[in-house]
Design a protein around this ligand. Sequence first.
Ligand SMILES: NC(=O)c1ccc[n+]([C@@H]2O[C@H](COP(=O)([O-])OP(=O)(O)OC[C@H]3O[C@@H](n4cnc5c(N)ncnc54)[C@H](O)[C@@H]3O)[C@@H](O)[C@H]2O)c1
Length: 374
Amino acid sequence: MRDSGAIDVLVVGAGFGHEFLHLYREHPLVGEVGLCDLRADAVATLGAAYGLDAVYTSFEEALASTRWDAVHIATPVHLHVEQTLAVLATGRACASAVPMATTLDGIAKVMDAAAGGTYMMMETALYQREYLHALALRDSGALGRIGYLSGAHMQDLDGFPPYWMGYAPMQYATHIVAPLLGLAGAAAESVACLGSGTLLPSHAGDGSNPFPIESALFRLGGGLAAQVTMSFFENARSYTEGFNVYGDLGALEWPSVEGGPAVTYAAGPQDGARRGRPIERTELEVPDRLDTLPEELRGFTRPGMWTPAGLDPVRVEAWHGGSHPHLVHEFVSAVHAGRAPAIDARVAASVTAPGIVAHESALRGGVMLEVPGY
Ligand SMILES: NC(=O)c1ccc[n+]([C@@H]2O[C@H](COP(=O)([O-])OP(=O)(O)OC[C@H]3O[C@@H](n4cnc5c(N)ncnc54)[C@H](O)[C@@H]3O)[C@@H](O)[C@H]2O)c1
């Protein structure tokens, strides 16, 4: 950390990772920003356009440098555990794109390594505007007692990099599991999951997962049930990655298409004049939650142009419900203050393990399996 208290951040992975560069550049508690990727052309282009302080084409070389207080990993999934362990072993703070791991053993390794350091899983779903709004509704009492939750992540991975072929959908379930558990305030205790459909040979990868789609029913603490569907191939549904939460006084349903309005429901009292309670349905443009962000990041929950000092303007996106500035702010603030981030290793494990166990259930024909607690 610099004398000023600012921290220097290295981003690893120029694909999804480049969506965070301008946020680190603008954050008031960040000093220098670097980028590492195997693709020399990508780091050179982004380094110049974003005014980065250093670029690398080797992860090992970047870690061997004496620079960087914190490293944000945004590389392919199969590298997350080994790169997280490598970062934590140098004493640096580590943020990792989801998922934390794809095996329970991988989770255990990261938890052990993170015990003496700082780890955060960059779960976008826990800072999307819809989730923040649903939390506010829950906390205001508008939902009443939550009785059921569901969610789905449907995305067509045709044409994605080869490592996605044959990927077990439930091993990427954190975007749905995390908000459902967060809203329920409960852990997943057990799960039964079925695979659905059959992967075409061109999508089968190494053949270890036969399912394009998996659907799971989780038993949560507190007597709740939650249903999660994950779909990566052979499904013509347009992209959706969201949840529904149902309470006895109110409910919220995710926009049926990306960018559309969410729907809220509010039940009035049963008045004897009809069967059932009157239920009001409202379409809602979900507001951004800006008050928790530093002034410098407030403009980045929506796409727009950003002008790095002394350079030409660049177009910056704001995918995943405006969550990226919140994730950066939480990670940087936690490292700066020497506290655990909101999505530390224990929280990350508790939202990653349920999907891993669900896939195991699907491979075993849908048997109910216990999910480890963390
Ligand atoms: N909403 C979300 O949270 C969200 C969204 C998109 C992607 N992701 C996650 O982010 C990660 C990256 O996604 P992506 O779409 O950019 O993947 P990608 O495969 O398109 O890009 C990964 C990048 O990492 C680089 N890379 C590979 N090995 C490397 C190494 N050893 N050292 C340095 N760089 C290396 C590649 O060259 C590539 O540029 C994935 O784990 C994905 O699951 C999360």
